[in-house]
Design a protein around this ligand. Sequence first.
Ligand code: DGY
Length: 325
Amino acid sequence: MKILAYDRVEKPVLDQLKEKHDVLFFKNIDPSSDPEFLNALSEAEGIIGLALPVNQELLEKAPNLKIVSNVSVGYNNLDIPELTKRNIMATNTPGILTDTVADMAFGLILATARRIPELDYFVKSGQWTQSLTEEHYGVDVHHKKLGIIGMGRIGNAISQRAHFGFHMDILYHSRTRKLDAEEKYDATYKSLDDLLRESDFVCLITPLTKETEGMIGRREFQLMKDSAIFINASRGKTVVEQDLIDALKNNEIRAAGLDVFEQEPVEPDNELLIMKNVVTLPHIGSSSHETELKMSELAAENLEAGLSGRKPPNLLNPQVWEKLE
Ligand code: DGY
């Protein structure tokens, strides 16, 4: 089978795929114009990889495609209705990255509250020459109120850490009530506005959809406490980035911890990059060695199933399967 692998598939998994299939791997290319990529696309029966924008334009150039296997849980790069219309299966890799992303989100909570990167630089650059003053203090995480927007698997894993490890009060906002989280972590359901008003930490972990795009903007930052710390571990486009910059500049919130940006890789002149109270990461929430390998393995399993006429374990558009059966 002809397979097009894109950007992030771990080497052992790529090698295994190559043993069985005719695989071409692409990284750091422009998928709309790279001639080799376009040629491979015209023959590909399967695509596996991370964040390739699979839309009508790309699909028109892929007449033989049967399945697109994302190496990520998020699938905002895939136009699912368009794939479904063309009877092409789409899959993702849920579950295995939950704890890894939750660890990272908690890392951002601690790093922003206790100003860890800023103070690391303070020590390493030789500025620690006298005893410290309150100018260097951070704020506590333990026993504070954590507001989680999006109580899915990752929201639950963050709540578990916050409730049992840090004795935090959990507030959450989600499309539906999550009685399980209420019982296990004593979490309280709130309207979005109440969550924003009451939380010391606001952690956004919702998928990017038409409904969540730009859901946190000027109005929402103004509702937050001046002392609030905002964490984004979802997708950059769930936030109106300029409004976040303004909120930080106007001291409407205390700090932000960001794994994701409106534009990725982030533009070097993005103002967020020069703010001391902003901790940044390069969209690396799920990227530990262990979890990246497991995600690639699961994506390959989804791909192999789809190509060999079995139902992929993580099928996003089951309507295609029903038609194929
Ligand atoms: C995911 O799995 O969605 C991660 O954010 C990587 O994109």
